[in-house]
Design a protein around this ligand. Sequence first.
Ligand SMILES: [Fe+2]
Ligand SMILES: [Fe+2]
Length: 191
Amino acid sequence: MINEVKIINYLRKNLTKQRFNHVLGMAEFARKLALHHGLKGDKAKLAGLLHDLARNWNEKKLIEYSKNRFLRIPHKKFIMEFQPILLHSFVGVDLAKKIFHVKDKNILSAIAKHSFGAVQMSSFDKLIYVADLAAPDRTYRGVEFLRKIAYKNLDQAFIEGIKKKISHLLEVNEKIYPEAVRVWNFWVKQD
Ligand SMILES: [Fe+2]
Ligand SMILES: [Fe+2]
């Protein structure tokens, strides 16, 4: 059994106050949303607590760690060069295994996929993805709408979530991670 208190202590030491509050709020939201959709609440809370373990690492540390641990990452060169922050999902999986001995495949998969999704997404993966984007501390335009559909339809909320992230990148003239485009193309109009 994984010790929640141990994780929370780790988070308090390794995250900024703001990120710490995000993670706690998100984990509780994930639990509620999971129960609402007939998924496992405690497991969702755990995945929530673990999803941003490396979120406050700097880019250099994320890159070095990923190289040293030979982490498997889609479009690794692109991430390293343009969006190293995305590495925090994959580093997070590695830390969850190493520090907290997490072996649950559903939890590890959800952590890996929480930043930009994947072509293979279980309902649990979608739940964590959506809970992160619609967490209580999020205040961007449209978040209320996302929260509302998160309770109605997880598939739809997931697609809205990808749309939000990609359109934000377009708005601020940022490059778009090729894997995120592949994920969008796969899921759009799946209904
Ligand atoms: Fe994250
Ligand atoms: Fe997060």
